[in-house]
Design a protein around this ligand. Sequence first.
Ligand code: DAH
Length: 356
Amino acid sequence: MSDCESLERQILDAVASAADDAALEQVRVAALGKKGSISELLKTLGGMTPDQRKENGPKFNGLRDRVTIAITERRSALAAAALDAKLAFERIDVTLPVRPESRGTIHPVSQVTDEIIAIFADLGFAVAEGPDVEFDDYNFTKLNTPPDHPARQMQDTFYVNPQADGASHVLRTQTSAVQVRTMLVQKPPIRIIAPGRTYRCDSDATHSPMFHQVEGLVVDESTHLGHLKWVLEEFSKAFFEIDHVELRARPSYFPFTEPSLEWDIRCDRSGGQIKFGVGEDWLEVFGSGMVNPKVLENCGIDPTKYQGYAFGGGIDRMAMLKYGIPDIRSFFESDLRWLKAYGFSALALPTLDGGL
Ligand code: DAH
């Protein structure tokens, strides 16, 4: 075997046995670096006679090319092996059952929101959203409550400092603002619910400065209070998981509805536990009414052609009623013991056929 051949064998062996990038780099420098064995060999061509050069040139260059290719291939093989090892190490078997001891729970407000969405989705309602920091105009004025309107006193509003654009903002006091947002961009027929956070400066066992409401809005050419009653009854039956409910309507006042009604549900609170559909007590569940024609007009909808009904209720309140939670403030105290007691399993997805 010539010197050239034995050098090649030696280098290729070293390439093949280089265990990682660093070792391979050492082999490369030793062979092809400035002072490497192959570079030194190539330098000798300069001192050779033309005939010697003709014979050795192709040999030496061939040696350099084969070694270069071997190093490149070895480098990719090492990279592929490293990736395989990493993937094998990070492998997750998604078919394994969830560990029973998993600690996180779904907050009752999230659970109840999902229940409400599931029920209304089944009744054909889409979900609409709006921001927590809302234009005063959408939260009040377009809902027929201009700045000097006495109904502004009904809610203790958190006002936000004036903005650069001159518009005044509030922390929305009601999800009714989403009615405005929806009507401004959507032509009837409209059938939406809007669950979300709302804010009022108020705090006791049944009031929290941040709480949750769900709004409902239906606008078309012929909908009426009968439809509203049916929808609220169907909702209440599904939500409280009972076959029979009784709702009672009381006349009320909201600036954005005319006429306005509040709905109470028949229940029994004797014996420390609440039962719905029976008993002599009544608990308020929803405010509602026919959308005031002025509101339709303010939102660019022709009140001579279209009419609608709207309703709104407190999600936290519904959660308290359904799951027997006595104080609204406990929802937002982040007490881990409370969350463990009242939280839901991450896999308990509410569906109408699977159970709420
Ligand atoms: N926004 C009202 C409140 O916060 C609730 C309400 C009443 C919503 C009547 C409505 C409605 O859509 O029609 O007290």
